[in-house]
Design a protein around this ligand. Structure first.
Ligand code: GLN
Length: 305
């Protein structure tokens, strides 16, 4: 598989997208970047190309990590009581299902309302704040001790995050948030501001692809049930309104973030991709084009049986 050639081809799609501008600090990111890191866990081979070592804001890919952390710490029953596992036909900051059907839980852990609920479930433990716990866990599951919080992006998110604030207060009023709206939002905004690389995300994908076990040292990081749960939700709703589209075109559990990151957990492969120009739904446009090429060439589509 020629990664450089695949990158060159997918690069052409960048002009069709735009960087996220609703978070001012993300608007400054150069859109003309595309990187990929591929971790083959079967042969223990790693290859990368393009902007594979560039750091970028993890944004919504952090929702996979906080979901796994919450499942590990509180159990699936508690998580299921608070957040659904249903598809969304709406944008990532939707709350429509709760308004229309009078449900008290968000559709799934990957819409913002669901992710804010998941973050609120994590509470201070042994003097460690929820953010400190999530940062430590992110470093571990991404096998990347360099992951750190970008203060400028956090401040930018917090300053302009009125939509997320409205979701949090709404959830609080519905009795769905276990912590205060402000402290839940602080955790959520901060986890979105963690800085990762394609390699960090490929490692995360590799743990999921390896049933919850770190392929680099054999340590189980999350249970098999947690890994399966996360991959299922990634498949059905990891790419928001376009999840169905890419389920057909790519067929690999994938999660996107508006920083331009993608994590994919394919049979035998963990994949991390970065390209900040986004489609209308908030997914990396060249990144998904590249993932589609990888899926075709490496036969990664889980529905081809
Ligand atoms: N921090 C972003 C937000 O809350 C994350 C959204 C995303 O990556 N889809 O709006």
């Amino acid at each position: 598989m020629n990664l450089e050639e695949a990158i060159q081809n997918s690069w052409r799609r960048i002009d069709e997208g735009q960087v996220a501008t609703y978070i001012p600090a993300l608007a400054d990111v150069d859109p003309y970047q595309l990187g990929v890191y591929l971790f083959n866990i079967k042969d223990n081979k790693r290859v990368c190309a393009g902007a594979a070592q560039t750091r970028f804001a993890i944004e919504s890919v952090s929702k996979v990590i906080s979901l796994l952390y919450a499942i590990e710490h509180l159990g699936l029953t508690t998580v299921n009581q608070r957040v659904g596992t249903r598809q969304t036909g709406f944008a990532f900051n939707t709350i429509l299902n709760m308004e229309i059907t009078r449900e008290t839980k968000p559709l799934n852990p990957f819409v913002n309302s669901g992710a804010i609920v998941i973050s609120s479930l994590i509470t201070e433990e042994n003097g460690q704040s929820p953010v400190d716990q999530l940062l430590a866990f992110t470093r571990k599951i991404c096998h990347d001790p360099q992951v750190s919080l970008n203060e400028e992006i956090y401040q930018s998110e917090a300053r302009t995050g009125d939509m997320n604030r409205s979701l949090a207060y709404y959830l609080k009023a519905k009795g769905t948030l276990t912590r205060s709206a402000t402290s839940s939002l602080e955790t959520y905004f901060k986890q979105c501001s963690f800085m990762v690389t394609c390699e960090s995300l490929a490692n995360l994908g590799a743990v999921l692809a390896n049933d919850g076990v770190a392929p680099w040292d054999g340590e189980r990081i999350v249970s098999s049930a947690a890994a399966t749960y996360a991959k299922s939700v990634m498949m059905t709703t990891g790419l928001y309104t376009e999840s169905g589209t890419y389920s057909v075109r790519i067929g690999v559990p994938t999660k996107s973030g508006v920083g331009g990151g993608l994590v994919a957990a394919a049979p035998n492969y963990g994949i991390g991709i970065f390209s900040p120009a986004l489609d209308q739904a908030g997914n990396s446009i060249a990144g998904l084009d590249l993932l589609e090429r990888l899926s075709q060439q490496l036969h990664l589509d889980i529905f081809k049986y």
